[in-house]
Ligand binder design. Structure first.
Ligand SMILES: [Zn+2]
Length: 315
């Protein structure tokens, strides 16, 4: 599927009071917990940042971080409208809305909402966002769409998730095009069904770079909640999917490493460096971190699988 759309963009004055009223009407909430530490120059483990609001950050070319201190939401701007990737949770979606406006963009110019994967901290704010952006089309992988429509709390790892109906599907290697910007969807399931890693090109200081928004690589470790790798009744293909996804991700060009965790992409350090200015290469151009992230998660997957196979009763 190749989608394209034309429209005009106008920046406008903030309309925050109205937005707050709409947001307060949203009845759904969720709890988020996570663990983080720093390894190999990328942030993973514990303790993580908290969910505090932060101002929007212009990262590179037409890409903005409009999420909060911990979980990302990316705004990809074009002359003909914008694309929003992930909306964060129902509790934090207001930060995203506020940041889009603070960054100087108008909500009505958002043409598409896309997602990395259907876990609550990234998508439980989607229903609220859709109410605010009735013109925006929600485009996801088919498996993500199924989870979003079901509102299944096990699949979304989110209590009280409000189901959402998408406007269109995107398949592996298909493109979403708007205003001269093309996002390529790469289906990389495993962390969840339907995980989508997105690729696009940006320019910085006259050079072109490949951006990769990694869609999620962590393995399930709680048998009572999301299950484990082996004998996962809710997701029997999980091991095969992870293996295929790691293989595919190794082949995708990645100069600019993006993912939905602020700590994982060292957001604060890179933004601080960016603000220093000068002739440096944009700090988000960081192919090393891309590789380190893949290495770390593939290693974890391999070790966990080996451990599970050794456990009594494994098959
Ligand atoms: Zn997730």
């Amino acid at each position: 599927m190749s989608l394209s759309i034309t429209s005009s963009i106008r920046r406008s004055s903030p309309i925050l009071p109205l937005l707050w009223v709409v947001l307060l009407l949203s009845p759904f909430t969720m709890n988020v917990s996570a663990q983080v530490s720093t390894q190999n120059g990328i942030g993973v483990g514990s303790p993580d940042n908290n969910n505090s609001p932060r101002d929007p950050d212009h990262l590179i070319d037409n890409i903005w971080w409009v999420g909060h201190d911990k979980v990302g939401s990316f705004l990809i701007t074009t002359p003909e409208g914008h694309i929003l990737m992930d909306t964060t949770s129902a509790d934090e979606v207001h930060d995203v809305v506020e940041n889009i406006v603070k960054a100087g963009f108008h909500l009505r110019d958002i043409k598409y909402i896309i997602n990395t994967h259907a876990h609550g901290e990234h998508i439980s704010g989607l229903a609220t966002m859709k109410r605010l952006l009735p013109q925006a089309k929600i485009i996801t992988s088919k498996d993500t769409a199924t989870i979003l429509a079901s509102g299944d709390s096990r699949d979304t790892r989110s209590e009280g998730f409000e189901p959402v109906k998408v406007d269109g599907y995107i398949g592996d290697n298909e493109e979403l095009t708007l205003g001269g910007v093309t996002l390529v969807a790469h289906l990389t399931p495993g962390h969840a069904k339907g995980v989508t890693t997105w690729g696009m090109k940006v320019k910085d200081s006259g050079k072109e770079y490949n951006v990769l928004f990694m869609g999620g690589l962590g393995t399930p470790t709680d048998p009572a909640e999301e299950g484990t790798l082996l004998n996962n009744e809710a997701y029997p293909e999980i091991v095969a999917d992870f293996e295929k996804s790691f293989k595919l991700l190794r082949t995708l060009p990645c100069d600019v490493f993006m993912t939905y965790r602020a700590l994982a992409i060292n957001l604060d350090a890179k933004v601080a460096k960016l603000k220093q200015g000068g002739n440096q290469v944009n700090p988000f151009v960081d192919p090393q971190s891309c590789k380190a992230y893949l290495d770390l998660y593939e290693d974890r997957f391999t070790k966990q699988l080996a451990e599970e196979k050794k456990a009594p009763g494994a098959k």
